[in-house]
Design a protein around this ligand. Sequence first.
Ligand code: SF4
Length: 287
Amino acid sequence: MNSTIMLAPNGIFPITKMANGEPYPMQPATGFDFAGTIQGEGKLAGIPALFIRTAGCNLRCMWWLPDGSVSRCDTPYASFDTSGAVKSNGYEVFETIRQNIGPIRHIIITGGEPFIQAGNLAPVLHRLREELGLHISVETNGTAFHKPLVEAIDFFSLSPKLSTSVPTKNKQTISNYQLHEDGAKYNRKRINIPAIQQIIDHCNANADKDFQLKFVVKGEEDIAELQTEFLQKLSGWKPSDVVLMPVGGTNKELEQTRMPVVNAAIRHGWRYSPRLHVALFGAKSGV
Ligand code: SF4
């Protein structure tokens, strides 16, 4: 419980109290005067929740938009540039959640990529689940499996990345964000079918657990790849577990991708996921 956990800036949100019960020095970014927000995506969209956002990711996603611009990861401060990351530990995370949880029953662990800190996160998530009776979700790119962490989680939002997310030199130039390397390094890391399969198998062996396979896409043009690279190599999933979410971190970007993605979801019998946070609060962090 005292191992270091690296969190994004204001990485437990939205909250009104610190771990010691003192008032939190900032107003919640939701604009409300109480702790909590809603899950904005996927099967659990609309559920009241508190978020824990870890810092650091093993990928650096960038997507082309139809107008020729580039959409970066919607949380670059937790992936591309973690210079503002904050050191915490399991005790502090547990006490902060306990102080702020109120009637909320859901915790969402997101990032960045939470599994890169799996060993340090697992103990506090087990405590939150067992001592406070909370439902724990994780949002992961599906590139790693870690048994103790998986056992602490109730719902897995598995979001494997398609080749369209690779940060090629051209995308880096257009987005004006230069990485130290070209996209090949991230392309090699982005698929781990055995890790995803172990999580699906874990859910199917535990009736109280569930998962979704969430793909960030621009429309029908991305479907063949997600079928051949992921769905056809995985077993134990149902069409209702597959979620298509449009590329875009702002309302302006989403205007270009929303309807083609709705179209593809209906045609294939899969779910469409909005990005409710963007619709409700705009493109800001901490909501
Ligand atoms: S895997 Fe997720 S957090 Fe990491 S860079 Fe891609 S979109 Fe961002």
